[in-house]
Design a protein around this ligand. Structure first.
Ligand SMILES: NC(=O)c1ccc[n+]([C@@H]2O[C@H](COP(=O)([O-])OP(=O)(O)OC[C@H]3O[C@@H](n4cnc5c(N)ncnc54)[C@H](O)[C@@H]3O)[C@@H](O)[C@H]2O)c1
Length: 262
């Protein structure tokens, strides 16, 4: 595959999956505009330092991105160990607003990939609540309105990624025939965020999943799926989610069904 002549904006470029994706893109010949609140240890392309947790921060980043880019990879994210307001601000509204501001700068035939998670696989059961929140006109009001809802504040990471699954479909549907928008849902991946997931989701659960699979995902495993989704080979994939978890979700679903049937 060659991505010569393509320019991709990659958020979360200073660590983990974002760093691996930027490196893979560059190996395929693409130009990377990396975005992060932290300065990456290595940066071969252009780097834009910015905070995606506020509308002002998102706008400042978007202002520095030129017209005519080929796509946007929304990889930056925070775990559920961060304050729930920050989780929702970065993972939902950071993704939504950066995409809204950059879509007009994406050339026809471009692509957006959003990082969701396999913990969001049950999102459709909460579709109404998720869609209302993710599409609320005012992000600050939407965050304030869920302050007394422990289902959201106590599961802010899962809820945020459920919103990403929904936003992916909204963004795809609004840009049919021009820009494709898909999401990737990893299971546990060996990056700095994994320790936070152990605190948030339970150490035994995460370590049990890794033991079952024989290893955690590698950032490179996820980068390959992300790069595939923005490539011409994925030209007919739009508004969908690619679960990249070594089979963990399939195994959990089959096991739960076997238990229910027993
Ligand atoms: N690692 C996993 O097990 C896993 C599993 C499922 C989904 N994900 C998702 O994949 C994405 C990448 O995660 P990762 O594993 O590479 O984690 P990571 O912690 O290694 O990287 C996340 C990056 O996002 C950046 N970031 C966070 N908040 C930001 C902000 N306000 N403004 C700008 N940059 C910000 C961080 O500085 C960091 O460089 C995240 O969206 C995460 O939720 C990860």
């Amino acid at each position: 595959m060659t991505l010569d002549g393509k320019t991709l904006v990659v958020t979360g470029v200073a660590s983990g999956i974002g760093a691996a994706t930027a490196a893979l893109l560059q190996r395929h010949g693409a130009t990377v505009i990396g975005v992060d609140r932290n300065v990456p240890a290595e940066s071969a392309g252009t780097f834009v330092q910015g905070d995606l947790s506020t509308p002002e921060g998102v706008a400042a980043v978007a202002d520095r991105v030129p017209e005519g880019i080929s796509g946007l990879l929304n990889i930056a994210g925070v775990p559920g160990t961060a304050p729930w307001q920050t989780v929702l601000a970065v993972n939902v509204f950071g993704v939504r607003e950066l995409t809204r501001l950059l879509l007009p700068k994406i050339a026809d035939g471009g692509a957006v990939v959003n990082l969701a998670s396999n913990v969001a696989s049950g999102w459709a059961a909460r579709q109404l609540e998720v869609s209302r929140f993710a599409q609320a006109a005012d992000a600050q009001e939407a965050i304030a309105a869920v302050a007394d809802d422990p289902e959201v504040t106590g599961n802010s990471y899962r809820f945020s990624k459920e919103c990403v699954r929904w936003l992916t479909q909204v963004q795809a549907s609004e840009n049919l025939g021009r820009v494709r928008v898909n999401s990737v849902s990893p299971g546990p991946v060996q990056t700095p965020i994994l320790e936070d997931f152990k605190k948030d989701h339970g150490r035994d659960k995460v370590e049990g999943a890794v033991a079952l699979l024989g290893r955690a995902g590698r950032p490179e495993d996820i980068a390959e799926a992300i790069v595939f989704l923005l490539s011409p080979q994925a030209a007919w994939l739009n508004g969908t989610d690619l679960c990249v978890d070594g089979g963990l979700l399939a195994h959990r679903t089959v096991t739960a069904m076997a238990t229910a049937a027993a």
